[in-house]
Design a protein around this ligand. Structure first.
Ligand SMILES: [Zn+2]
Length: 440
């Protein structure tokens, strides 16, 4: 009798601690229902001229698989990399089977293209899997073609393929099974219904300049329609490069979110994993949510502000694994708001907008004059992918509305694009502790 009472007590305790630690990692970024990746093979001029700008228009990024010896426009693809696209290997010589070119093509591409994670994705020419162990020593994943062509499935579940050297992608275009916008959206709809991941494999675009990518051209309007649909169903489908989705899956399955000290107005968490670091840094942000009845929240990771929102009784934010302590604070913490900073400019209209002495400081109008009427973001800005930020954008009332990082190669001029309405904001450089009024 006494024994069973103890068991009940232990069970009750476990229940209490489970509900107190109600933090979870999203299956997909932003707690979306499914994921879709668009991959483009053979390094076509149309990938630079048409595909990149089309994806950026909707806030999306794609994967471009280059054949080293076919002389791709390295400058053009570097620009895509700068904008956050994934530049990957498609071998040196496009042989029937690329065995022996696994590490060489990676090295060649990394010598030409600078990108945050390096060249960590490969797509096999002619769909033939080369030396799997050489692939996985050099890349986080290798792509085949339609899974169904090799007796598998075209659609993946939440954990990706059973073999990371055989990630499937469905062929599009005149020789493929996906030709119209509906063909694409049906697949994305299935991915979100099943909580899974679908990839598309495209070569050139019909009616565009494709260089060596002559095989199976795809109607660009079909792809643009698919992106429009995804944009309208942004809560359901996460459109991201193959690289990003692979990192997310591997990190999610290896990560633990652990609650630390908490009080009525503060919660601390650590997000850790132990993925080996030989191929990638694996510091892609994971989406986390924590049950809470707070109505306002501010958040930091390693003392840098990160975006946090409250939705349906959860605090939701993105954090980087092994990126330092995450602290959630009830209310809009004053520590990072411009109002508490000595560098705060006068809140009156006498404050000059981005001045000529700081040309390029205004991210909405890099290098230009903010009174010129330019309100759109420059094409060379890219979406925020890292949430531990170098910069914060505050509303005129001091609320943190966006955070973002400068690009390393031109940190004073290029900024990632932000999805906030036009208006007047304060931009704070957290490292330099500098604040500037900016007009979007
Ligand atoms: Zn190819």
């Amino acid at each position: 009798m006494k024994k069973s009472t103890m068991v009940y007590a232990v069970a009750a305790l476990a229940l209490v601690s489970t509900s107190a630690m109600a933090q979870e990692i999203g299956t997909w970024s932003g707690f979306r229902k499914g994921a879709a990746s668009f991959t483009f093979d053979d390094g076509a001029p149309s990938h630079i001229n048409d595909v990149g700008p089309m994806f950026e228009k909707y806030g999306y990024r794609a994967t471009f698989n280059l054949v080293v010896n076919w002389g791709p426009d390295w400058n053009g693809f570097q620009k895509l990399a700068d904008n956050g696209h994934d530049i990957a290997s498609h071998s040196n010589s496009h042989p029937q089977n690329m065995s022996g070119e696994e590490s060489g093509s990676k090295q060649q591409i990394e010598s030409k293209i600078k990108q945050e994670y390096g060249c960590i994705i490969v797509a096999y020419p002619n769909c033939n899997v080369p030396n799997s162990s050489a692939v996985l020593q050099n890349y986080i994943a290798g792509r085949i073609c339609n899974g169904s062509w090799q007796g598998g499935s075209d659609m993946m579940g939440k954990d990706g393929p059973s073999d990371w050297a055989k990630v499937p992608a469905i062929m599009t275009g005149s020789e493929g099974s996906l030709k119209s916008t509906n063909d694409f959206t049906n697949q994305m709809q299935q991915a979100s219904q099943k909580g899974g991941w679908v990839q598309f494999l495209t070569h050139g675009l019909s009616g565009k300049s494709n260089g060596s990518a002559t095989y199976s051209p795809t109607d660009p309007n079909a792809i643009e329609g698919a992106l429009q649909w995804a944009n309208q169903h942004d809560g359901d489908i996460w459109v991201a490069p193959m690289r990003d989705v692979v990192m997310y899956i591997k990190e999610r399955n290896a990560s633990k979110i652990t609650a630390g000290a908490s009080s009525a107005n503060s919660m601390t968490f650590t997000l850790t994993h132990n993925i080996a670091d030989n191929v990638s840094k694996y510091n892609y942000p994971l989406s986390i949510r924590v049950k809470s009845d707070w109505s306002k929240v501010s958040a930091t990771q390693q003392n840098k502000p990160i975006e946090a929102t409250i939705k349906d009784g959860y605090i939701q934010f993105d954090a980087i694994p092994n990126g330092g302590d995450i602290v959630l604070t009830n209310g809009q913490g004053g520590g990072e708001s411009p109002a508490s900073s000595s560098a705060e400019p006068a809140s009156s209209s006498s404050e000059a907008p981005a001045s000529s002495s700081q040309g390029g400081w205004n991210p909405w109008n890099p290098g230009g004059n903010s009174s010129s009427g330019t309100t759109g973001l420059a094409q060379d800005l890219r979406l925020n992918t890292n949430v531990v930020a170098d910069f914060g954008v505050f509303s005129l009332t001091g609320a943190l509305v966006e955070t973002f990082d400068a690009l390393p190669e031109n940190a004073t001029k290029q900024f990632k694009a932000l999805k906030i309405p036009q208006g007047v904001y304060y931009l704070k450089d957290f490292k330099a502790n500098r604040i500037q009024k900016v007009i979007k």
